[in-house]
Design a protein around this ligand. Structure first.
Ligand code: ATP
Length: 308
């Protein structure tokens, strides 16, 4: 319940990272329509900021600025708004809680980087502080899992294995910092459309398992080994729906990336560089190829949703 003392904060700002999937192994479609996954999430230094401000009881509103803002919904389908309402109905007297939510986006929309889930996670962290809710990490994690498969990881950050629909996360051992170059595509890809194409291309997928070589490369902090082990079962479906992505992947590898993978359901491509200097060179060279809408450098792993 909301405490009877005046709330500690008028406003809370939360920074939350994008994720890439270092591995995404996809099993056969379940009866509930979801696919069982074995994935390795990795949070990278490309952030949205979500600010939650005090608002009159029962009042919820949202504004969005920045990267792709025009295509972000302002209604109840916005994950930050859904997160705030879900937290309010689950843990407060609804006549007390309200929030004016401001999202500043850097994570491209529908890019396979789980930007919407990130905003949902940030809103959960922000509102729980704004409303002085004394929730355990496990209580927050359970609400996060109800919101969406990628939300629990956005709260956790770092590098983690995901199972179930992706909502069951466990931190993974990883050494050092990896240097990434992210290639953003001109158009987004719809996650359901990519899974439908995956089903058509894979009538009998195997039980999903995370590749052992990838976990070893992470433990060793070895970019060359990690680059060789990157593995996404959705990549052929994403390339089929956006053939230009195949040319972008090849270009990045020819320009010196030690590995490349479509992130999640795409269309963002994550190129791994051998070190920071190599990442700078790769970003410049890839930009001048003109295949991507834009190119950004990022490092990983970074922490999940945190107040700043
Ligand atoms: P998914 O999480 O479905 O795999 P994605 O990572 O490719 O998707 P997102 O940026 O999360 O991409 O956007 C997917 C869709 O989620 C968008 O097209 C948009 O309609 C919806 N959405 C809901 N809330 C948000 C939000 N806060 N920011 C961006 N998109 C949002």
């Amino acid at each position: 319940m909301v405490s009877p003392v005046p709330p500690t904060y008028d406003s809370v700002r939360v920074r939350v990272p994008a994720k890439i999937n270092l591995a995404l192994k996809v099993g056969p479609r379940r009866r509930d329509g979801f696919h069982p996954l074995a994935t390795v999430y990795h949070a990278v230094s490309l952030f949205d900021e979500v600010t939650v401000n005090r608002a009159p009881p029962g009042r919820f509103s949202i504004t969005v600025t920045g990267e792709g803002a025009a295509s972000v919904p302002r209604d109840d389908s916005n994950l930050a708004l859904r997160a705030a309402r879900l937290l309010a109905t689950s843990f407060t007297d609804e006549s007390v809680a309200g929030a004016r939510i401001e999202i500043a986006k850097q994570i491209p929309v529908a890019g396979g980087l789980a930007g919407g889930s990130a905003d949902g996670a940030a809103s959960l962290v922000g509102c729980s502080m704004l409303w002085d809710l004394d929730l355990s990490p496990e209580q927050l994690r359970r609400v996060a899992a109800l919101l969406g498969s990628d939300v629990p990881f956005a709260m956790l950050g770092g590098t983690a294995m995901g199972s179930g629909r992706g909502e069951e996360v466990m931190p993974a051992l990883a050494r050092g910092t990896f240097h990434w170059v992210l290639g953003f595509a001109h158009q987004g890809l719809s996650t359901p459309a990519v899974y439908r194409r995956f089903d058509e291309l894979n009538p009998r997928p195997a039980v999903p398992r995370v590749p052992v070589a990838l976990m070893e490369a992470l433990r060793a902090g070895d970019p060359e080994a990690l680059g060789a082990a990157l593995d996404n079962d959705l990549q052929p479906a994403a390339l089929d729906l956006q053939p230009k992505l195949g040319r972008t992947l090849s270009a990045g590898l020819e320009l010196g990336a030690v590995g490349a993978v479509v992130s999640g359901s795409g269309p963002t491509i994550a190129f791994l560089a051998g070190d920071e200097n190599a990442a700078v060179d790769l970003a410049v060279a890839l930009s001048s190829e003109g295949l991507c809408r834009s190119v950004r450098r990022a490092t990983g792993p970074v922490p999940g949703a945190r107040p700043i």
